[in-house]
Ligand binder design. Structure first.
Ligand code: HEM
Length: 494
């Protein structure tokens, strides 16, 4: 009897606390007047639809129905803002300048030749289906995406508990598959960073000749960073752990994103043989004289460029991001601090100017959006890239040709603040992607060699693209749930 009474009391207290949280989140907010889809549930709002690996149609429908700024009801009455027309423009410095890229292209060729030769040996006796994991995104971002809710509501407070060793023990002990998947991938990234770091350090200590034999020939970003670090004064230099942190960040930011973009391009080319032929023709003609194309010649192949731009427009590998204020916290340490999770919300009441006015639920025009402290702001990269008013009625179609012809005035005058091609694919502002030139060059070098040598066809597998932080392909109905993109590869005979 007593047990029942205690259970009833605890249950009522929890309900009361949640109800009060719900009421405080819903009451008197400047966001109440912002239009948005009706929540499916009082407790979970539209969370399940919004953060869904199959959220494509939902995102498309809310963008069509509510336009540029949308209020999303989330967990326990929480209100998010989903923006597809960011208004803030900030300065941005590129770290991968033209000079460095000119040298990096040689590294990309080295690696692309290895990939080409490996595929060539697989298809020398006839067409073969390839499922190379080198081209398909890895699992880190999809696994982290599945942790999103847990990270914000449960892991955040736990991250402050005990020593790093204790937290690692906790992560190992909790019987949660997705958490372990993230742990394992982070371990791989961290261990890879150590391997690269030690190899570079040894080469730097052994002089130029040893360095020249390394991947990147001593001109890669890590060698440059480490050399600058050795020359810096003690107080300005980074510690070993900080350098390893930089490496892990670069591997994390560069890997899934670029392979997602490359996978998507190969997928689209396999379904569009006419486009694939035209691209092959352009590449073959450019390579007629033999030898590798210089950086300048490679980046100015117009059709290759148009295909990359159009794919990055219509299918940005990162379809949306959370912005404004980020709290980083360490969940556990492999070494020191290499597994962080971000929780994002506005730090103070903010007024956001809008590039295009919206109408509130009463039909009044709004030019400025008052966002209360603590609001989670999602930026709809894909929705902005597909805006019908900017890109025209065919905005949702894949048309590389649109980049060959002059862009319409509506694109140029939209003044979207993106750092790349009037698009938000690599975001805008001070925290935009630092590797966007690097990514494009890598994609172009790989595509040039692969399309020149092979013809890609779709297989009978049905591909589903997961909307998971970074978009990843999986095979519908396959027992293998890992990202994969099977393609039928045939050697091009000249
Ligand atoms: C097609 C490939 C890529 C896409 C679509 C992409 C997209 C993005 C986006 C949307 C962000 C902003 C994320 C956020 O703030 O939440 C970002 C940040 C970043 N990206 Fe990329 N990225 C790509 C490739 C790369 C590559 C190749 C590198 C490194 C070589 C890189 C390094 C970074 C870094 C370091 C940041 C964090 C910048 C900061 O917060 O200051 N990215 N990227």
């Amino acid at each position: 009897m007593l047990v029942l009474a205690v259970q009833a009391l605890v249950g009522s207290l929890i309900f009361w606390a949640l109800w009060n949280l719900y009421k405080s989140r819903s009451a008197n907010s400047s966001l109440n007047n912002i239009p948005g889809p009706p929540p499916k549930s009082i407790w979970t709002g539209s969370f399940g639809d919004f953060y869904n690996i199959d959220g494509w149609a939902y995102h498309d429908s809310i963008a069509k129905a509510y336009g540029g700024v949308i209020k999303i009801k989330s967990l326990i009455g929480e209100q998010h803002i989903f923006e597809e027309s960011p208004a803030v423009i900030m300065s941005h410095n590129l770290i991968f300048g033209q000079g460095l890229l000119g040298t990096l292209v040689l590294t990309f060729y080295d690696v692309s030749y290895k990939l080409r030769d490996a595929i060539e040996s697989e298809v020398k006796n006839g067409p073969q289906i390839t499922r190379r994991s080198t081209l398909t995104p890895k699992q880190l971002v999809p696994s982290m995406f599945k942790l999103n809710m847990l990270s914000a509501y449960v892991l955040l407070p736990l991250s402050k508990v005990g020593s790093p060793k204790f937290r690692r023990w906790m992560v190992d002990t909790v019987p949660y598959k997705n958490l372990h998947a993230v742990r394992d991938i982070v371990d791989v990234i961290y261990n890879t960073s150590i391997e690269i770091f030690e190899a570079k350090k040894a080469a730097l200590n052994n002089g130029d000749e040893a360095l020249a034999k390394q991947v990147g020939r001593g001109k890669d970003i890590m060698s440059i960073l480490m050399r600058a670090n050795m020359a810096a004064s003690k107080e300005d230099s980074l510690t070993r752990e900080e350098l390893l942190g930089q490496m892990s960040t670069l591997i994390f930011a560069a890997m899934d994103t670029t392979s997602s973009a490359l996978s998507r391009i190969l997928y689209l080319l396999s379904h569009n043989q006419v486009v694939q032929d035209k691209l092959r023709e352009e590449i073959t003609e450019a390579r007629e004289g033999g030898g590798d194309l210089s950086y300048d010649d490679l980046v100015s192949l117009p059709y290759l460029d148009a295909i990359c731009r159009e794919t990055l427009r219509l299918h940005p590998p990162v379809p949306m991001v959370n912005r404004t204020y980020v709290v980083f916290f360490t969940l556990y340490s492999a070494g020191r601090s290499h597994f962080w999770i971000t929780y994002v919300s506005t730090q103070a009441d903010t007024v956001l100017p809008l590039s295009t006015p919206i109408r509130d639920v009463e039909g009044r025009e709004i030019w400025e959006l008052a966002i209360p402290k603590g609001t989670l702001v999602n930026l709809g990269i894909m929705a902005a890239n597909r805006n019908l008013e900017i890109w025209g009625p065919d905005a949702n179609e894949w048309k590389p040709e649109r980049w060959i012809n002059p862009l319409p005035d509506s694109v140029v005058t939209a003044h979207l603040p993106g750092i790349y091609s009037h698009l938000l694919t690599f975001l805008a502002g001070g925290r935009a992607c630092i590797g966007f030139k690097f990514a494009q060059l890598e994609m172009k070098a790989v595509l040039m060699l692969l399309i020149e040598s092979f013809r890609f066809h779709p297989t009978e597998d049905k591909i589903f693209w997961q909307m998971a932080g970074v978009t990843t392909p999986v095979v519908i109905g396959s027992r293998n749930k890992a990202p994969q993109l099977p393609l039928l590869v045939e050697k091009v005979v000249r």
